[in-house]
Write a protein that binds this ligand. Structure first.
Ligand code: MG
Length: 493
């Protein structure tokens, strides 16, 4: 795809780096699925060595990239390739090895302590590690450089070019709109907070058959894709032609397993449908974490939790899970779409989920900006939960200690979950201009939806930045009003 000799040369030199990333991804997948529990030390050593090899190879590309950037008449592939290279090299060139080492060390130690602290619901145990981590992340932001606020440098690592001014434009109007929908839904009682199916135990073998049927329904390719099991479901791609997802089986409340499968399949479809010409380049990837999450959320919530999809799935549920016989499709719709203000982010429904993110975004911004001390986090967290969701955590395990992210240094990441919901809403509105989505799902023509997404988004991989991609798709960026109108249509109509 490259005609410019300077770029073509870097593309060729990138191949061993791509191979290191691909191998690292496979090692990471194995670690969460099949690795024996006592093997984490040699695995950590191996991945660390591979990262050093990658860094060494990347540094050799600093000058060639700077030179290639000066050439004119580059095509979109070449511009995208150089943009990603520059973004990645920026980190390797600006962050001193000592800081990388400290971040890794505090991250690893902090994660071990966080696990114990969460178990004991003891924030003070974790506090010194989080304080160190926040200090290191501030240093990281200073080294990377930023305009305006140091938190911008951290968010840019996960969502290229995304700033607090963008985030405030999303969250400031989103919070009151969601609050208004939520209070109406709770008052109407049409989407009940609990459902008897939540406590029904299922047989794992039967649930595996249901999930396999879901993969068939989504027409996931048998030759280049597979599904396994892990505690926290995820998607990873070794290549465009080798994408893996995991799902979970907890033995009860089967919707968690169903929607893990659909959510991760949404991520996988994005990877699998990239233009094959992007293989072995950093462009064989999603445009950003927010864009990736828009695909998983679109399939999970907008398609997967629709009446029409549930109708498609119902015979499979009835055929495999004997307890479903007592219920009809409408019961299933209510069960899959129950609305319940809850304390735990990963258990939150479509209407309350974004409050959990807004809270974390506000706290991270203040922590990095020095506007709040780590010691104040638990009480500020609880106050905000009460204000946004209407309930107060009774302990820190249900509050500030619930997520793994901060312990490992993932600060600036949370916002991308909500951006996924927001962009998902933008997709819903945009696709509706080309087809009636509900009719298409009702007819079981899910391939038509996949085809649309491939043509408009997936085939481009990371050629365009998330902002450019959205401008091409929607003529605007991160507009929360489409998520709000989708939720109003679904929950209030
Ligand atoms: Mg996801």
């Amino acid at each position: 795809m490259s005609t410019n000799p300077a770029v073509a040369e870097i593309v060729a030199k990138y191949k061993p780096i791509w191979a290191i990333d691909s191998a690292s991804a496979l090692l990471g997948w194995d670690m969460e699925t099949y690795m024996p529990p006592g093997s984490s030390e040699p695995r950590g050593f191996t991945t660390g060595q591979l990262q050093l090899m990658k860094q060494e190879l990347m540094m050799k590309l600093v000058d060639p990239v700077a030179k290639a950037e000066k050439t004119t008449g580059l095509n979109d592939f070449e511009k995208g390739f150089l943009r990603i290279m520059k973004h990645d090299l920026n980190y390797f060139t600006k962050i001193p090895p000592k800081l990388i080492e400290d971040l890794a060390k505090v991250g690893t130690e902090g994660t071990v302590v966080w696990r114990e602290a969460r178990k004991k619901s003891d924030f003070n145990m974790f506090k010194p590690y989080l304080e160190k981590m926040v200090e290191l992340k501030r240093q990281e932001a200073e080294k990377l450089g930023y305009v305006g606020h140091p938190y911008n440098a951290l968010m840019d690592r996960f969502e290229e070019g995304f700033t607090i001014s963008d985030a405030d434009k999303v969250f400031t109007p989103l919070a009151p709109s969601l609050k208004s929908i939520l209070s109406k839904v709770l008052a109407a009682g049409k989407f009940p907070a609990t459902h008897p199916l939540e406590s029904v135990k299922y047989d794992e073998a039967a649930m595996i058959r249901v999930n396999q049927a879901i993969l068939k329904l989504l027409d996931m390719p048998e030759k280049t894709f597979r599904m396994d099991v892990s505690t926290h479901p995820f998607t990873t791609g070794m290549a465009i032609d080798d994408v893996r997802i995991t799902t979970r089986y907890e033995g009860e409340d089967f919707k968690a397993s169903v929607y893990s499968t659909v959510h991760e399949s949404g991520h996988a479809i994005y990877q699998l449908q990239a233009d094959p010409a992007l293989e072995y380049t950093p462009l064989a990837n999603g445009a950003s974490l927010g864009m990736h999450e828009s695909q998983s959320r679109f399939w999970e919530n907008i398609v997967g939790r629709s009446r029409e999809f549930i109708k498609l799935l119902f015979p499979t549920l009835k055929g495999n899970l004997s307890f479903v016989a007592k219920y009809n499709e409408e019961d299933m719709y209510r069960y899959f779409n129950s609305v319940k203000p809850s304390l735990i982010r990963v258990e939150a429904d479509e209407l309350t989920y974004n409050f959990h993110i807004i809270l974390r975004y506000e706290l991270e911004k203040k922590m990095i900006g020095g506007d709040i001390e780590v010691s104040e986090l638990p009480s500020v967290w609880n106050d905000m939960m009460e204000r946004y969701v209407g309930i107060r955590p009774e302990n820190d395990a249900q509050g500030v200690l619930q997520d793994v992210h901060w312990s490992g240094g993932l600060i600036g990441y949370f916002a991308t979950y909500s951006l996924g919901n927001v962009i998902g809403g933008m997709f819903y509105n945009r696709i509706e201009q080309d087809m009636n989505l509900k009719d298409t799902i009702a007819k079981g023509e899910l391939g038509k939806i996949k085809g649309w997404l491939k043509e408009h988004l997936h085939k481009y991989g990371a050629v365009y930045s998330p902002k450019e991609m959205q401008t091409r798709l929607f003529g605007e960026q991160y507009n929360p009003k489409w998520l709000v109108s989708y939720l109003e249509e679904k929950y209030l109509a």
